[in-house]
Design a protein around this ligand. Structure first.
Ligand code: SF4
Ligand code: SF4
Length: 423
C-alpha cells in the first residue's frame, strides 16, 4: 500500500538515534560512513519527508546502497520498521524525478517487467545459459556475475511430481475428507501422506520455476510427507517483493492482491523463498499474513521427521536476511537439519547479508562483491562439506562466491537436503 507522508513521518520518528544498529549494518561496516548507516539513512529520509531536502543524487546514493536486509530492525531497541520506511520513501519520494544511470536504465525493465513474469524470465535465462557455456572473460563484470550465479540447468519440472499430482476438483479420488475450497485458480494438488494436518497453498514464485525447479518439487514432497494436502495455484507468479524493493509500489500492490485471492481457502500459505515470505507476512490483510509460513516453519509445526536421516555430513546454514531479520525465523531450519542427521556448525556474522539482496548484485556490484567474499569466507571457516540456505538470491550469490574454488562445499536449498531423507 502506498503510504502517505504522515505515515512515513511516524515511521521515521520512532528512531531515537541511539546508534545500536550501526554495527549490524553491512554497508556501515564496509564503508564506515554515517550516511551509509541505518541512523544516517533515517536522517536523510526524514529530511526528504519533511521537504527539507530534495531527492538529489548525493542523497539517493546512500539510499541506493542500502540492501534492505533489515538487520537494523533486529538490532533496534525502539522498534523502527526500517524496511517499511525504506520501501515507502523509495516508492514515493526517491523515484519521481530520479535521473537514472545506464546500469539502472538497463536493469530496471528486467527487474520490473521480466523477472516477476515466469514466462518472460525463462526467455531471459535461456541466452544467459548459452553465455555460461562460452568464455566469460569478455563479458561486462555485472553480466559475468549473473552468469556465474546461474545454477546448473535442470529440467523444467512441475513443482509436483507427476504420479501423485491431480486436480483437487477433478474426477480422481482425493484421500482427504475435506477438500480445498473449490476455486478454478487452484492448480494441481498433491495429497497428504499419513495423518492430515490441513491444506497448504504453495507459492511457486517467479524465479524458482526457471532456476530451481527441483527445489520446488522437493518442498512440495516435504509438505505432503508432513501431512498437508498441497495446492499449487498456477497464477500469480510473483508476490510483489521484487517490485516493492525496487520502489514500484503500484506493481507490488497489484501482485499482493492477486496473491491473496489465489490462496483463498488454504489453511496456510507456504513459500521456500525467504524474500517472498517476508513480503507476504507484511501484506496489509492480517488474516492472510498470519497464514503465511516459511517451509521450515510449516514442517516444524507439523512435527515432520525424516524417514531415513542422512550420514553426519559437516554443514553450515546461511540465514537469508528476509528469514532471519524479516521473519525472525532462525531456529527452525537448524532444527530440521539436525533432525536430518547433519552436524551443524555456526558461521561468524550470521546477521550480515551475503550481498545478494534481490537486485543488489546487479545494481551495486562492488559492494555486493565485497559482502559476498566476506560471507563465503565466514561460511567456509569450519570447512563444511555442505552449505545450506533458504532463498534463491542467496543460493545464487554464494554460488558465484564459490566459483573457481578448488573442491568447494556442496550448496543446497534446505528443501533439497530434507527431501533426501524421504522414502
Ligand atoms: S536494511 Fe541493512 S543495509 Fe539497509 S540500513 Fe538496515 S542494516 Fe543497513
Ligand atoms: S537502533 Fe533503532 S532507534 Fe537506534 S539509531 Fe538505529 S534505527 Fe534508530
Amino acid at each position: 500500500m502506498t503510504p502517505d507522508l504522515a505515515t512515513l513521518g511516524k515511521l521515521a520518528d520512532t528512531c531515537i538515534h541511539c546508534g545500536l544498529c550501526l554495527p549490524a549494518c553491512p554497508t556501515y561496516t564496509e564503508l564506515g560512513a554515517e550516511p551509509d548507516s541505518p541512523r544516517g539513512r533515517i536522517y536523510l529520509m526524514r529530511a526528504l519527508i519533511e521537504g527539507r531536502q530534495g531527492a538529489t543524487p548525493d542523497v539517493l546514493v546512500h539510499l541506493d546502497r542500502c540492501l534492505g536486509c533489515r538487520a537494523c530492525e533486529t538490532a533496534c531497541p525502539s522498534g523502527v520498521h526500517y524496511g517499511r520506511l525504506l520501501e515507502g520513501v523509495r516508492g514515493t519520494l526517491a523515484e519521481p524525478g530520479r535521473r537514472m544511470g545506464l546500469r539502472t536504465l538497463f536493469w530496471r525493465p528486467i527487474l520490473r517487467q521480466v523477472m516477476p513474469d515466469r514466462r518472460r524470465f525463462r526467455l531471459l535465462v535461456a541466452p544467459l545459459r548459452l553465455l555460461a557455456r562460452g568464455d566469460r572473460q569478455w563479458l561486462p563484470a555485472t553480466l559475468r556475475r549473473a552468469v556465474d550465479a546461474l545454477p546448473p540447468a535442470a529440467p523444467i519440472a512441475s513443482p509436483a511430481p507427476g504420479p501423485t499430482t491431480h486436480h483437487p476438483h477433478g474426477t480422481g479420488g482425493h484421500p482427504s475428507d475435506r477438500h480445498p475450497q473449490a476455486d478454478s485458480r487452484l492448480g494441481p494438488c498433491v495429497p497428504a501422506r499419513g495423518p492430515r494436518k490441513g491444506t497448504a497453498g504453495f507459492l511457486t514464485g517467479c524465479v524458482m520455476p526457471a532456476l530451481f525447479p527441483d527445489v520446488n518439487a522437493a518442498a512440495v514432497r516435504l509438505l505432503a510427507a508432513a501431512g498437508y494436502d498441497v495446492v499449487i495455484p498456477q497464477s500469480p507468479t510473483c508476490c510483489g517483493a521484487l517490485q516493492a524493493h525496487d520502489g514500484d509500489l503500484g506493481g507490488a500492490d497489484r501482485a499482493a492482491a492477486s496473491t491473496m485471492a489465489a490462496f483463498d481457502g488454504c489453511d496456510i500459505v507456504v513459500t521456500n523463498s525467504a524474500g517472498c515470505g517476508a513480503a507476504m507476512k507484511d501484506y496489509p490483510d492480517p488474516a492472510f499474513a498470519s497464514r503465511v509460513r516459511d517451509l521450515s516453519e510449516a514442517l516444524i509445526e507439523a512435527d515432520w521427521w525424516p524417514d531415513r536421516p542422512l550420514e553426519g555430513f559437516r554443514a553450515v546454514f546461511h540465514d537469508p536476511c528476509h528469514l532471519r531479520h524479516g521473519q525472525r525465523v532462525t531456529t527452525q531450519p537448524r532444527e530440521l537439519l539436525r533432525r536430518a542427521g547433519l552436524l551443524l556448525a555456526e558461521a561468524a556474522e550470521p546477521d550480515i547479508c551475503c550481498g545478494g539482496a534481490g537486485s543488489y548484485t546487479l545494481l551495486q556490484p562492488a559492494l555486493s562483491s565485497a559482502l559476498m567474499a566476506r560471507k563465503v569466507k565466514n561460511l567456509s571457516a569450519s570447512a563444511p562439506e555442505i552449505i545450506v540456505t533458504a532463498n534463491p538470491s542467496c543460493l545464487m550469490q554464494i554460488r558465484a562466491g564459490l566459483a573457481g574454488r578448488a573442491d568447494p562445499p556442496a550448496l543446497f536449498h534446505l528443501a533439497e537436503v530434507l527431501a533426501q531423507t524421504l522414502d
